[in-house]
Write a protein that binds this ligand. Sequence first.
Ligand SMILES: O=C(O)CCC(=O)C(=O)O
Length: 264
Amino acid sequence: MSDRGFRLSAIEKRAYAEDGFFIRTGAFAEDEVDEIRDAVECCAARASQAASAGGHTYQIDGNVYCEASGATIQFEHLPGSKTVRVIEPFHHLDERVDRLIDDPRLVDPMRGLLGETEVSLFTDKLNLKRPGEGSRFRWHQDSPYWAHFFADVERLPNVMISIDDATEVNGCLRVIPGSHRGGMLPGLEGEGRLGPLFTDPAYFDESLQLPVTLLAGSLLFFSPSIVHGSGPNDSTERRRALIFTYQGGAGRMFKVDAKRLAGR
Ligand SMILES: O=C(O)CCC(=O)C(=O)O
């Protein structure tokens, strides 16, 4: 099927190939965004309860994680914080989020990017940045996280749904346009266990960074190899975003031993 059939414009296709990302503004209406906000807060509450009730808690480089309720729950980096920062995966925690995986506004462009009619979920993350507390995310590519698991990591496109206005003050995503074209770049040495997952700034030009400010309800499609990160939330507003990563065909999910076809 042609890209047109998948409703991916030539401009979007070129932007994804050359810059490593493109944006669709206003994909979700205000009432839909409200519903997603409600759904993700239910996921966060469920994850918090599950972590408090038990689960396997551990630390890596001082960051606290808990495996509970079928998810990896990462807490804010302040010592003793019980604030959830990231949940992966989280789609199984609320059926409204699970339904989003099939939404044609996500799935059709993914079919276009992957050039396949059949696509499935690879992984999904809920990124919560609470006012004043939400921490930064250092420069990284997604591909090194997945390379040990998936042979063709370039074929794992991401889509982020922004459910709050994402601004420079509340820690919007930042990207280095075109950085995906260099493939997987070296990570940091001597910076703990997580260091190799953060991209060494010697291998990209930090001055090219672009803040991806987004209105709530907008979508950002981005390559798994684009160098990206984000600053802390220094505002009084929340900055919440959902990220879904798709794969061609019917593959196993990253953290779940099951398949989740999309757009059935
Ligand atoms: O939401 C953020 O601030 C960063 C998210 C991110 O880079 C990721 O999940 O890979």
